[in-house]
Design a protein around this ligand. Structure first.
Ligand code: GAL
Length: 841
């Protein structure tokens, strides 16, 4: 009796809180209502729990309804059946933070993620299980995938986090973009996707499952679109709404690459066009990209920064105008929710890529005017009105009369971020450094590792990805008069190591790196750079290292240090892309005229995973032994450096400037802040001073930072720092560098600009700092961009700088109408007048 009462009571409580999430062909429905949903990706391990509330709050203030994240299997299950959900990996805490903010959650369990994350999120131990093939009907794989997926679902259910339980999660994802790579898997691929669908369905989460880029997604899976534009996407079932799971707000960065920028106008254009053409769910990938701490960057060669040019920058600052311009778009779209999701749709084509779409319900109608032409503006006549729609833009009229928004007309401020020196320290030179060498004697002189085989093994198999570093060592014996001791001997190594250091008898004889540059996730081209052989073989990440070597009679130790810089995360069968030194390896020489070769591939090879200093945890603050303050070396390979510093005052995000260093890993107070590589300079060419938002975006468009280090600044989350007392920075420098320039900085808004037409309201905000001066202001037809504005040929004679100084200086924000009453009425030959202003924060 008691238990029945209990059950009844439980049912009442849970049904009172449960939210019913479903869908029809038009939209996701929540408690029976069709919804316009705007969502943004924030990956929890790419920031810290201390940052989550602020990031999510900014998402909400930016007009988002939902936060989306992947779940990162290899982070949670680093060793089979040993789990980690602590700190940055506290998925439940992240989901509860979303809930606390009153937002919905979209949980992409995968468990394949891609995401420029190490190995796409798969644990390397999984690869090393016997008979394993990923993402196909392989029993071992399916068992493990099901095990992890079930565990995550159970964890989330236990906390009542699915909407069906009263929680925030409205959608779950299984797999990820399998449709893009499924061809090579043949019939097994098709069977696998069916299995995924059944498996997911059997977990009974009570909310719809999505499968992105999967046009054969079995019912009831919702197939969704990913890309820079998705307005042409048609779901595979009339009962599936048009959903966009990844609207790429920018792009990722690889070592050797430049800074990608996708213009605000183009992101807004893509979203408006998507909703114009019937879309009702849009998720920004990324809304906050964040940082690839530790060894989480994928690859190869994904940088530590995963800024993505997202609406919130790597550190969580508002990336303006992107953040604000999209917020306005969200407000307009939300205001039209009912018409967009219930309205009758009709379209008028005006030719020349111009069209109008009208959504009509009884109470009224809403309109979109699209001009898809890349160069010419369009004038659209509609119901007695005439509307100029700039090239490559969409105008939204919630009442089909008044323009509420145009994607190309930005009325949000542009914020210019600056880096400020650490006021808690005098200057970089005040940092006191100590150092110690990486102890490599056993490997360089004795060739002694942990295990041996008569074979060259894949790095993943030996190291299980416990480290970036793997030693391959062998000993070669020559008799006194051996022809291999003659002149012109060389060592030739076929390798896929991302970075390779070669030592013979303790001497560093050379290094080589692979250069893989991915222009898009679909299209990867590889280029190998080195001073020596350039070589791409059948599109494999493979090169030949060859250097002259002098061997001695007796024993010679060859020690090869193979380094990974993030494991591949994309492509069919990407798990079996080779890593490390694949061979063959030869010693090549001449005996008279004859070429002689010695194949070392089946020699006895000795292996050692990781470096000594990592094993001895030299990065720990407590490590005191054997650090020297004498004769600080510069440009020395395999060297550890350590210093202490004071945390910058205030709350602004902190970065460390590692210019002068080569390549390695950095820790702050024992926290691994990621790989650094400031000597990797991007090429001089391919950047554009001006960036035209018009025309289709692709990852090679609108690049900046040519000829500069791909990444010079590295994020140190505030929670890693002690506010009082000292903090410790430890660097492991692998290639050789100079730490004397290292310094700590904070990032903040330096100045804010606006450039808007009359009759708009503009708000200037220094993001909780006060506006200190108006540097430039002109009303008329001013020229230039933020930071380089100039008066145009027509300009108001009023003292605009004075007016705005009175209005804004000393305040955190100010807002005003750009009107002739306020700023005068200069005669600009009838053209609309603009106000350009730059304020210093
Ligand atoms: C998609 C993938 C994402 C991410 C993105 C590029 O194809 O689903 O995980 O890798 O490309 O940033």
């Amino acid at each position: 009796m008691v238990s029945l009462r209990f059950i009844l009571c439980f049912l009442l409580v849970s049904s009172a809180y449960a939210t019913i999430v479903s869908h029809d062909g038009r939209a996701i429905t929540i408690d029976g209502h069709r919804r316009v949903l705007l969502s943004g990706s924030i990956h929890y391990p790419r920031s810290t729990p201390e940052m989550w509330p602020d990031l999510i709050k900014k998402g909400k203030e930016g007009g988002l309804d939902a936060i989306e994240t992947y779940v990162f299997w290899n982070a949670h299950e680093p060793t089979r059946r040993q789990y980690d959900f602590s700190g940055k990996l506290d998925l439940i805490r992240f989901l509860k933070t979303i809930q606390d903010e009153g937002l919905y959650g979209v949980l992409r369990i995968g468990p394949y993620a891609c995401a420029e994350w190490n190995y796409g999120g798969f644990p390397v131990w999984l690869h090393n299980m016997p008979g394993m093939v990923f993402r196909t009907t392989n029993k071992a794989f399916m068992d493990e995938m099901q095990n992890f997926t079930t565990m995550i679902v159970d964890m989330v259910k236990k906390e009542n986090l699915f909407a069906s339980q009263g929680g925030p999660i409205i959608l779950a994802q299984i797999e990820n973009e399998y449709g893009n790579v499924m061809g090579p898997y043949g019939e097994s691929g098709k069977a696998y996707i069916k299995w995924c669908a059944n498996m997911a369905q059997s977990l009974d989460v009570g909310v719809p499952w999505i499968m992105c880029q999967q046009n054969d997604a079995p019912q009831p899976m919702l197939n969704t679109c990913n890309g820079f534009y998705c307005d042409n996407f048609v779901p595979n079932n009339p009962n599936t709404p048009k959903m966009w799971t990844e609207n790429w707000t920018g792009w990722f960065k690889q070592w050797g690459g430049k800074n990608p920028h996708r213009t605000t106008e183009d992101v807004a254009f893509s979203v408006a066009k998507f909703f114009q053409r019937g879309g009702t769910f849009n998720n920004y990938y990324m809304y906050h990209g964040g940082t690839n701490f530790d060894r989480t960057a994928g690859g190869p060669y994904i940088t530590t920064s995963y800024d993505y040019d997202a609406p919130l920058d790597e550190y969580g600052n508002l990336n303006q105008p992107k953040y604000g311009h999209l917020k306005k778009l969200h407000d307009v779209l939300h205001s039209m929710e009912k018409t967009l999701t219930y309205g009758n749709i009709s379209t008028i084509n005006f030719g020349n890529s111009a069209s109008a779409t009208i959504y009509k319900i009884e109470e009224g109608s809403s309109c979109f005017f699209l001009n898809g032409n890349e160069t010419s503006d369009a004038t659209i006549s509609f119901q007695g009105g005439s509307y100029v729609v700039p090239a490559w833009s969409v105008t939204i009229l919630p009442d089909c009369k008044n323009e509420a928004y145009n994607t190309a007309k930005i009325t949000t401020q542009t914020s210019m971020m600056v880096k400020k020196p650490n006021e808690a320290e005098d200057s970089p030179s005040s940092l006191k450094w100590s150092w110690r060498p990486e102890n490599m004697d056993n490997f360089l002189l004795k060739g002694k590792g942990q295990s041996t085989t008569r074979q060259l093994l894949d790095q993943k198999v030996v190291s299980n990805d416990q480290s970036d570093y793997l030693w391959y060592m062998t000993t070669v014996k020559f008799k006194k008069r051996d022809p291999f001791l003659g002149k012109g001997m060389s060592l030739r190594i076929n390798s896929t190591a991302h970075v390779l250091h070669v030592f013979v008898n303790g001497k560093h004889i050379g290094k080589k790196l692979i250069y893989v540059f991915q222009i898009s996730i679909i299209l990867t081209y590889q280029k190998l750079i080195d001073l020596g052989n350039q070589h791409v073989e059948n599109g494999k990440f493979h090169y030949v290292f060859e250097k002259d070597v002098k061997f001695k009679s007796g024993h010679n130790v060859i020690s090869l240090l193979s380094i990974t810089v993030g494991l591949a995360n994309y492509g069919a069968f990407f798990e079996s892309k080779p890593a490390g030194i694949t061979g063959p390896i030869f010693i090549i020489g001449k005996n008279g005229d004859e070429t002689i070769t010695k194949d070392l591939s089946a020699h006895k090879w000795s292996y050692k995973t990781g470096l000594n200093g990592f094993e001895n945890q030299l990065f720990k603050t407590e490590s005191v032994s054997k650090w020297s303050v004498e004769r600080l070396p510069f440009n020395r390979t395999m060297t550890w450096y350590k210093t202490t510093f004071k945390a910058p005052l205030g709350n602004d995000p902190v970065v460390v400037d590692l210019l002068g260093l080569g390549k390695g890993t950095a820790w702050v107070n024992g926290n691994n802040i990621g790989r650094y590589w400031p000597t990797f300079i991007s090429s001089e060419n391919g950047c554009s001073a001006k960036c035209d938002y018009r025309g289709a975006y692709h990852a090679e468009k609108c690049l900046t930072n040519c000829g500069e280090p791909t990444q010079r600044w590295y994020h140190i989350p505030r929670s890693f720092l002690n506010t009082s007392g000292n903090n410790t920075l430890v660097l492991f420098e692998e290639m050789g560098g100079n730490p004397s320039l290292v310094n700590f900085q904070t990032t903040r808004v330096g100045s804010v600009c606006a450039n808007v037409y009359e009759k708009n309201i503009i708000e200037l905000s220094c993001d909780r700092k006060s506006i200190s001066a108006i540097k430039f202001a002109s009303f008329g037809n001013p020229d230039g961009n933020c930071g380089s504005f100039e008066k145009g040929t027509c300009a108001s004679s009023n003292n605009i700088v004075d007016i705005l100084t009175q209005e804004c200086v000393g305040k955190e924000k100010c807002s005003f109408n750009v009107s002739t009453e306020k700023f005068g009425a200069p005669d600009c030959n009838g053209a609309a007048r603009r106000l350009a202003v730059e304020a210093i924060c």
